[in-house]
Design a binder for this molecule. Structure first.
Ligand code: CDP
Length: 230
């Protein structure tokens, strides 16, 4: 059976990860969260004194980038994917608002992107993967057989992130989150290296008014059309 690469890109907090994970599970593919790699790199900077007055010490980060080991695993109880930073489970920490505030700055650095993109390509070598992010269909896997570009209104996205944070017991402020969503949209779209943009051959999915079930139905339909299988 032909195995393909599925690239899911889009704005922050669109529910890309949830969607990508569920799709991978449904079709028996591996799921990779490229955003978690940038988040883990931002956390590494925070925990290793590489931030001074809100700015990243880029030269130190450049010399230490190879020391940042990021791996993925699966929680045996919840079956959710877990991100490890140098062997430590950081899945919870990398989703904090502090990391969200820093991550787009880290992700805009050319040498960080080069390193992460190389690692991501390595993960896709065997095909049969779903990867989500900002530049998967444009830069990481421009030849991906299936590309989806997801969008939803900023307000809907901020509410989803708010629900996610409060559901896990974290304190959250809707307006602060909305501001962060808008700021990251701006940074992601205007950065010089691999800005967030829809690949010409990506299918557009606006999920503002779609339930998870409707969305999955649509994704499976696209997958079947492209591969003639399921
Ligand atoms: O979960 P959410 O969609 O809000 O973000 P994420 O996928 O965890 O990614 C966090 C941040 O990493 C984004 O805002 C981007 O700045 C950056 N990122 C990127 O530049 N390229 C990627 N392939 C994935 C994420």
């Amino acid at each position: 059976m032909k195995r393909i690469i599925i690239a899911i890109d889009g704005f922050s907090s669109c529910g890309k990860s949830t969607m990508a994970k569920a799709l991978a599970r449904n079709i028996g593919y591996l799921y990779f969260d490229s955003g978690a790699m940038y988040r883990a790199t931002a956390l590494y900077c925070m925990q290793n004194g590489l931030i001074a007055e809100g700015a990243i010490d880029t030269e130190s980060l450049r010399t230490r980038i190879k020391e940042i080991n990021i791996t993925f695993g699966v929680d045996p109880d919840t079956k959710n994917s877990i991100t490890f930073l140098n062997g430590r489970n950081v899945e919870h920490e990398i989703r904090s608002l502090e990391v969200s505030r820093l991550v787009s700055q880290v992700a805009a650095l050319d040498f960080v992107r080069e390193e992460m993109v190389n690692r991501q390509r390595e993960m896709g070598k065997a095909k049969g993967i779903v990867m989500d992010g900002r530049d998967i269909g444009t830069t990481v896997f421009p030849n991906a057989e299936m590309k989806i570009f997801v969008t939803a209104s900023a307000e809907v996205r901020a509410l989803r992130r708010y629900d996610e944070l409060t559901a896990r017991g974290d304190k959250a402020d809707y307006n602060e989150i909305l501001e962060n969503v808008l700021q990251r949209d701006h940074l992601d779209q205007t950065r010089e290296v691999s800005p967030l943009k829809r690949a010409d051959d990506a299918l557009l999915l606006d999920n503002s008014n779609l339930t998870r079930e409707e969305q999955m139905e649509w994704l499976i339909e696209q997958f079947k059309k492209l591969t003639g299988q399921c």
